[in-house]
Write a protein that binds this ligand. Sequence first.
Ligand code: ADP
Length: 527
Amino acid sequence: MTRLPNGWWPEPPALLGYAVGALLVGAALMVARWMEANFVGAPVSLFSCAVLLSGWFGGFGPGLFAAALAAVAFEYEFLMPLHSFTIAPNELPRYAVFSTFIFVLALLSGAQHRVTQSLRRARDELDGTVRKLTQTNEALRMENAERERAQKELRDSEQRFRDFAETGSDWLWETGPDHRFTRISDHLKIAGVEPEARLGQTRWEFGMDGATEKEKWTAHIAAHELREPFRDFVYSLLRPDQSIMYVKTSGRPVFDDGGQFLGYRGIGSDITAEVQGREAERALRQAQTELAHITRVTTVGELTASIVHEVNQPLAAIATNGEAALRFLQRSEPDLQEVHEALVGMIADSRRAGEVIQRVRALCRKSELQLVRLDIGELIDDSLLLVQREMRDHHVSLRRDLPPTLPPVLGDRVQLQQVIINLVLNAMEAMASVTDRPRDLIIRSRQDGDHVLVAVEDSGTGIDPAQIDRLFGSFYTTKPGGLGMGLSICRSIIEAHGGKLWASPNAGPGATFQFTIQLATAPLERT
Ligand code: ADP
């Protein structure tokens, strides 16, 4: 950029121009008078210089003012008669030439001043324009940098979404205003369906569960009519190879700038494996429940002695009480008080027998998991009641180490009873061959943080630490008639309750099997 030469001064104030003009003319007059006094003649050109400088410095006004002052001073000081404002006729031509000359000079220097000033203004305006242009240029440069940054971000974001879309196994789809597919990405091929085959169709034309799940589809179509987004809509369709495919899809409506509905855009994924996995899991759970039921029934078979004893005892008592009552009635004077007591005893015994049968029936019942608040001590006692006869027959001495109260746990009564009975029967069987030491069975329980811990300790054959994990596997047994499913089922029951079941060899003879079970936070449910 070219720069204007330096030495430009700003336009002086008008008064200063006039003052400078007066000063210059005054100075010229004094110099001229001094020269006239000391040398020969006065150099009138001094006035010319004063006028010229005044016009150059202050413009037309000060220039003409200086010219007028110079004309008056010249006439007064240097024309005959001297020091008078009258002019001798012979001086008139000289005065006329002088005056014309200085006024022309004033006009010329004023014109020069005006040109200079307009150049200065032009320079100032140019400066301003250049400044504005520089600012505009800077703003444009920043705008451009900002646009480039935004474009780069847009490109990066596009690339990121392309990467996500291309690396995932989900497919992207678009439909038109009539909800027919207009575009489906090639990822659908991975699921075994040609995208082209679906173009031009609506989802509800090829979804195969329309007849069985009418409500689901009606709500889905209604959401489309209302242009509402939808999320995780699951439906099934038939692949070309006639296999069923489960699809999960989500979409949102698309509108143009004017609010015109253009269709939907969304994403679909093949969840066949997930659905089939869930199905398999459900079937497995069902099989486990069946198996647990069978082993419970088998266990009940093993408990026959206890059950028979538990039922026989009250039955025998009922018979005895019945006979006694008859005897009291046959007396010449029937003792009604004794008869009453015998009858009360009979009712109590029949209730006892009924309760035992209830417990056995509950164990044999096939039922879904029912989590309720349970008193674990009560549950242990109920379970021990069913095995006490077997324990006596096997000469096992039982020690209960249970605190008087424990917070309730959350569990299924029948399933937890099955676990306790199983562990106790296993302990008894492990002690069956022990003849050289007492057959001690200790059952303990205590609170352990937000769990209750139950331990069954025996003094039997013990377990090999290297085999501990195998004990809990299916069909692992060391017993001739064993099934090898008891511990495996017990572990899955305890894990389904959010607890743990494990075994450890005792420091002395025997082994300890223990499990934890979560404390209940819900109010206790009386069963
Ligand atoms: P089963 O009782 O039909 O054998 P389980 O799954 O209940 O099936 O037990 C698997 C195996 O674990 C038993 O055969 C036995 O070898 C071992 N076992 C279980 N409980 C004990 C115990 N208290 N002491 C020693 N071994 C045990």
